[in-house]
Design a protein around this ligand. Sequence first.
Ligand code: TXA
Ligand code: MG
Length: 348
Amino acid sequence: MNTIIINGTDDEAFSDAAKALREGMLVAFPTETVYGLGADALNPEAVNKIYEAKGRPSDNPLIVHIAEVSKLNELVAEIPEAATLLIEAFWPGPLTMVFKKSNLVPDIITAGLDTVAVRMPDSLIAQKLIREAGVPIAAPSANISGRPSPTTSKHVIEDLKGRIEYIIDGGSCQVGVESTVLDVTTDIPIILRPGGITLEMLEKVLGIVYTDPALEIKGNIKPRSPGMKYRHYSPKAEMFLISGVPGLVVKKINKLAKESSERGLRVGVLSSFENAHKYKAEVIVNAGSVKHADNIAAQLYDSLRTFDEKKVDIIYSEIFEEKGIGRAIMNRLRKASSGKIIEAKEEN
Ligand code: TXA
Ligand code: MG
C-alpha cells in the first residue's frame, strides 16, 4: 500500500485525509500525547483494519476521540457526576474516561466489554481531523503493537509506512506519554493507566481517586485495563531498571555495563542529564533533567527508540521519581523492561 504523508498545515491534502478516514481508511495523526492511528469509530470494518495494521491483540479495546462534549452523550449510557467535573477541568486534554457504553458503539471498539473509553484531545490537528471527518475517531497509538509509542511522524513512518493510507505530520507531541485512563463507572474513579493528567491533578478535583493495584504490584493481579497486561513500549533490546540510592545506582550500572561489554554485548544506558557524564557504555541516552520530569516524559519514547537505532543488545536504565508525570514515566519503563528491576546495594 502507498502511504501518503502530508503536512498538517496543508489544507487541501488535509481534506483528502479526512475524507479517506470517513470512507473507512486509516489515517495516523498527531495528538498532544502520542500519534494516533485513526479510523471511523462507528465503522467496524474500518476499525478492524487498525487491529490488522498494528498487529494488535483483538481483546484490547480502543479509545474513541471526540471534538465536542455534546458527542459524548451518543457514545455512553450515562455521564457520572465525577466525569462532568473532570470534563470541565481537563477536556480537551490527556484524560481518557471509561464509561458504560451506548448501543451505538460497535463491539470491536470495546473488545466486547460493556464500557467504552472516550477522550477529547487538545491537539488542534486532531480536533480538526475529527470535525472534518464528521465521525468519532477510534485511535490507539500509531505504533506496531509492543513497540514504543510514536511521538513524531518519523516514528510512525518507521512502524506503519506501507500499512496505512495517510500519515499527517504535525511535529513532536508535547506530552509524550499517553493519556491517563480513568474508570468513572465506579463510585470512586480508578486510574487504569497513569498518563498526562496526573493523580495529583485528579485528586484536586475529586478529592479521592484510586489506582488499579495491578499497576503497582508485580505479580499476577489481572489489570482492569486489558492493554496493561501486555509487554509494551519496548525497545528491541532486553532492558533492566536499576533502583537504589543515586550514588549506588551509577556504580551498579557501570559494573553491569562492564560485565555485559566483556561478554561481547553492546550496552545502552538510559540516564538522567545529571548523571550522563558518569557512565561508561557504548550508547548513553540522556533522558533529560530530573528537575524537569515533563521533558523526560516528552522525549521518553524517542529515547527508547534511539536504542533500537543504535542497535544495542542490552539496556540499563535509571529509575525516576514516582510523583506527578513521573508515575507515567515509571509505568512505561516497567512495561518496557517487563518489570525486571535490579536493586543496587552496597557491596563490600
Ligand atoms: O494518549 C492516548 O490515549 C493515545 C492517543 C492516540 O489518544 N491513545 C492510546 O491508545 O494510547 P492505546 O490503544 O494505545 O491505549 C488505550 C488503552 C489500552 O490500555 C486499553 O486497554 C485501554 O486504553 N482501554 C480502552 N478501552 C477500555 C475500556 N473500555 N476499559 C478499560 N480500558 C480500556
Ligand atoms: Mg498503545
